[in-house]
Design a protein around this ligand. Structure first.
Ligand code: PGA
Length: 254
């Protein structure tokens, strides 16, 4: 089995000092684990993150959003090329909190992914249904629509993208999709990717939504779950490391 990818999404939490302590703790605990790992910091902390991560490859730096524009009069926005200057390896795109609070639409999310790719930053594109959509039996329709926009805009480059399935109702709520529920959606996404590229098996599809130290292993053991996008639990060093240890266990067991 390929190594799992575990990504922390710190969202708008903490402080500069807290982030630095977090990174140092994670770096110390990561030694010897068979896992790919990254942390997505608030943009103002990316310079500090770059310094902390210098000279090692166990933990990569990431950002939480990127502009869909290349350059110009877009006050407050940050371009993919700017992220790249700070050694950003991954950027989360189309997180449900961006879709919900900032009105981001599928087409805009797909463009952001394209900008990131062309600057050499790997987009982690989030898809996922709301509780109402799940209850209405529309889960597959919604995630397929979100992924279709991404495929439409990015064509064969889709194989360079990381996808994150994040059921909106599971984010920050303590509710988690069961491993079977998550696997079912991941399988649908994998099939859709297979129709678009011969390299679909190499694309990482992460699960996100209240993944924690207790549930990580069974989720990560599912055939189409290639890693996790972790919010709350990534803010606590022992919890985040426990998730990475579970991911490492999966890689070694295969
Ligand atoms: P959570 O967040 O782990 O706190 O549910 C996941 C995410 O929003 O990426």
């Amino acid at each position: 089995m390929k190594q799992k990818l575990i990504v922390g999404n710190w969202k708008m939490n903490g402080s500069l000092a807290a982030h630095q302590a977090l990174v140092q703790g994670v770096l110390a605990g990561l030694q010897g684990l068979h896992v790919q790992a990254a942390v997505c910091a608030p943009a103002v902390y990316l310079a500090s993150l770059q310094t902390l991560l210098q000279g090692q490859t166990a933990l990569m730096g990431g950002a939480q959003d990127v502009s869909m524009h290349e350059v110009g009069a877009f006050t407050g926005e940050i371009s993919a090329a700017m992220l790249r200057e700070f050694a950003v390896r991954y950027v989360i795109v189309g997180h449900s909190e961006r879709r919900q609070y900032h009105g981001e639409q599928d087409a805009q999310v797909a463009l952001k992914a394209q900008r990131a790719l062309s600057a050499g930053v790997t987009p982690i594109v989030c898809v996922g249904e709301t509780l109402a959509e799940r209850q209405a039996g529309r889960t597959e329709e919604v995630v397929k629509r979100q992924l279709a926009a991404l495929i439409h805009t990015n064509g064969h480059c889709i194989s360079e993208i990381v996808v994150a399935y994040e059921p909106v109702w599971a984010i920050g709520t303590g509710l988690t999709a069961t491993p079977e529920e998550a696997q079912q959606v991941h399988h649908v996404l994998r099939q859709q990717l297979k129709a678009a590229t011969a390299h679909a098996d190499a694309i990482s599809i992460l699960y996100g939504g209240s993944m924690n130290a207790a549930n990580a292993l069974t989720l990560l053991q599912q055939a189409d779950i290639d890693g996790g996008l972790i919010g709350g639990a990534s803010l606590k060093v022992p919890d985040f490391l426990a998730i990475m240890a579970a991911a490492s266990h999966c890689a070694q067991a295969s």
